[in-house]
Design a protein around this ligand. Structure first.
Ligand code: AQP
Length: 343
């Protein structure tokens, strides 16, 4: 069975958005509106897998939606909504909890990192997070998911869940006339520079909302001075930049800044090094700050304007949820029928 191309992606409203979220995800969502049917979600149910202060969660939900709009997502073309308004996400996630295996979840790097040394005290929701993510994607039978490199493993699990559902219920899927495969085997879209933006303080750690060090990340709401200051203070080594990518081997912090520059300037890493090879960070960092400010300052200004009208943001989310529900309810009617739920 062939599936109509559809893009789904989501971001957690779990804190202030940073350059990694922007380059790895949000910015890449925009051009896909031209070529695909797009569904973009604010995944608030994922956010509560770790404790969220309720006021902060509500504020972050509006801010993330404002970032989507400020980056250029068009709520008339793409479906933009927050996950908790479409209850079918939770319902399909439960069915997937019964499809996925404990061993699959235990192998997830994000589970290991976030549960840390005290896994016993982590929430059950955090453990089952990838199952809810599979439900988010497959509820819309999405064929493509643009995400950063860190989500690759979860995407593979989504493919495993779809495959196992299709196999476990193959007889009923065929008998009830739903074709050969009910769920698509979704393709990740992970390519280009800065698919894994690293911390400005430690080139071995990814830039993350939950890093306790503010100076480790550039926020989408940072002003020009703050951006320049964070880049100036970014950890680097004393060597000048090499003229070719192979010279970045073993220089994680330098490689990270070069990738960020390339992504922001819209050129390759090779061309970035052709321009800056042999130059020190005293020259490179101000140039990086300039491209970062040029991209982020206008975005932050547009975000502020959207946030001045929170009721409009709420209306956009409500409209998106109504449109998402139409697709989600159809999928769930069929899933219930396949699984054998009466009603
Ligand atoms: N450092 C990163 N580089 C590139 N892409 C990134 N993404 C996140 N960090 C980077 C991408 O942003 C999207 C949304 O991520 P998320 O909010 O669902 O959760 P996350 O990946 O766990 O992001 P954070 O910022 O690190 O949050 P916390 O600290 O709460 O875990 C995804 O497409 C992700 O790949």
């Amino acid at each position: 069975m062939s599936f109509a191309p559809r893009v789904f992606s989501g971001i957690q409203p779990s804190g202030d958005l940073h350059l990694g979220n922007y380059l790895g995800a949000i910015r890449r969502f925009v051009p896909l509106q031209e070529t695909h049917d797009c569904v973009y979600c604010v995944v608030d149910m994922h956010a509560i897998t770790v404790w969220q202060n309720p006021e902060d969660l509500a504020r972050s939900t509006l801010e993330l939606t404002a970032a989507y709009l400020a980056a250029g997502l068009d709520p008339k073309r793409a479906i933009i909504f927050n996950q908790s308004q479409v209850v079918e996400h939770a319902e399909l996630a439960w069915i997937f909890n019964c499809i996925a295996r404990m061993g699959w979840m235990q192998r997830m790097t994000q589970w290991k990192e976030k549960s840390g040394k005290n896994a016993e005290a982590a929430s059950l929701g955090l453990f089952a997070y990838p199952s809810l993510m599979a439900a988010d994607i497959l509820l819309y039978k999405a064929t493509h998911v643009p995400v950063g490199e860190d989500q690759k493993q979860h995407l593979e699990l989504t493919r495993d869940v779809a495959q196992k559902f299709n196999n476990d219920f193959s007889e009923w899927i065929a008998k009830k006339g739903y074709g050969e495969n009910f769920f698509p085997i979704t393709e990740p879209m992970i390519s280009g520079p800065a698919m894994r933006v690293m911390s400005l303080k430690d080139g071995t750690k990814k830039m993350s909302k939950s890093d306790p060090a503010d100076t480790s990340r550039i926020l989408l709401t940072d002003d020009a001075d703050t951006i320049a200051k964070k880049i100036r203070r970014a950890t680097t080594d004393p060597e000048p930049l090499p003229s070719e990518p192979k010279g970045l081997a073993g220089r994680a912090e330098a490689a990270n800044l070069v990738e960020i520059y390339a992504a922001l300037a819209g050129i390759s890493v090779e061309d970035t090094l052709k321009a800056f090879g042999g130059k020190g960070f005293g020259v490179f960092k101000p140039a990086l700050a300039e491209v970062a400010v040029a991209e982020i300052a206008p975005l932050a200004e547009r975000m502020r304007r959207y946030l001045d009208a929170p009721d409009e943001i709420r209306a956009i989310l409500a409209d998106g949820a109504a449109r998402a529900r139409v697709i989600a309810q159809k999928t769930m009617r069929e899933v219930r029928d396949i699984v054998g739920f009466v009603g």
